[in-house]
Design a protein around this ligand. Structure first.
Ligand SMILES: [Mg+2]
Length: 313
């Protein structure tokens, strides 16, 4: 029998074109709005109760701190807000009677409401199974993003986490928090975390370019998933990566938008939630799990039928 007859069928070139997924975090893997609104409201209610201060004073004072730190989750906002400075002269009683109950109220609400969107965990497990790395790129500061990924139990399901620069612990802080921070309690164990300069905030392309470079990826091999057309999809376009719009992340009720505007610093909120009427993006998905279908579809196109993506500036 001729040797050629025993050879396997000719290779048809059906190899996956997409070999990595880069994803935004807030309102793409979980609803940031659904968790931050009840958590901040619970914290403010606790502060009203323990200090007897008017709600308006508490909210305005906290918002000023959030704006300064560029995060609505800055955990030391209470001790840094000017409203509470008089209590600071005796930090131990301030900590026990005001800060701790407020932090407890925030954490309890977060425990209930910070959950991945349906299907996210399963999709990430499937992608890991297929050997497709998933790398997160967020505009949140390192501390907030890292601890959130930990609480969501996504440590290890993300290949890397690219964040903006984190904040340092303030002078007056519970020694237990300092000890836990030093012991790595708030850090991820399996997902590698990389801090980017503040100037790399999306739609600046530096973050995504760094991801591509660090992982040796060609833009044509990558999909980038995010809910914000003006920021996430713009970054994808600039870098020549296939942008996939997480349209489901933009469904925020008017009630929640209104409650968020009261309680969170607006300048910072824009980082997490796009304004209404941000425009659309041609490739949209209604659930994160659809990323798997996209990868399947790309893999089913024979190589010969593919055209290179147009070079975008
Ligand atoms: Mg987002």
């Amino acid at each position: 029998m001729p040797v050629a007859a025993s050879l396997p069928p000719r290779y048809d070139g059906r190899v996956p074109r997409l070999r990595a997924v880069v994803t935004d975090l807030d309102n793409t893997l979980y609803s940031w709005v659904d968790y931050i609104v009840p958590s901040l409201e619970a914290m403010v209610a606790s502060l009203e109760q323990t200090t007897g201060r008017p709600r308006i004073d508490i909210i305005q004072s906290l918002k000023a701190v959030y704006a300064r730190h560029g995060s609505n989750e800055y955990p030391f906002a209470i001790q840094e807000s000017s409203l509470f400075h008089p209590y600071d002269s005796d930090f131990d009683s301030f900590e026990a009677l005001v800060i701790r109950p407020a932090q407890h109220a925030f954490a309890e609400a977060r425990r209930r409401y910070l959950v991945p969107y349906p299907g996210v965990r399963e999709a990430l497990l499937e992608l890991r199974e297929r050997g497709v790395p998933v790398i997160a790129l967020t505009d949140a500061p390192r501390n907030a993003a890292e601890y959130r990924v930990r609480l969501l139990k996504l440590d290890g399901l993300l290949h890397g986490l690219y964040t903006l620069r984190g904040y340092t612990l303030p002078r007056n802080v519970n020694p237990e928090i300092r000890r836990r921070d030093a012991a790595g309690h708030y850090r991820l164990e399996r997902t590698r975390v990389i801090e980017l300069p503040r100037a790399a905030e999306k739609p600046d392309p530096r973050g995504l370019r760094r991801v591509l470079r660090d992982h040796g990826l060609d833009p044509a091999e990558v999909v980038y998933v995010g809910d914000n057309v003006k920021k996430d999809m713009q970054v994808a376009k600039t870098c020549g990566v296939t942008g996939v719009w997480a349209e489901y992340g933009t469904y925020v009720s008017k009630e929640y938008r209104d409650r968020l505007a009261i309680i969170a610093a607006q300048k910072v909120t824009r980082r997490h939630v796009p304004d209404e009427g941000q425009g659309r993006w041609p490739c949209a998905i209604s659930s994160f799990a659809q990323v798997l279908e996209l990868l399947d579809r790309a893999a089913a196109i024979p190589r010969a039928a593919r055209r290179p993506l147009p070079r975008r500036r």
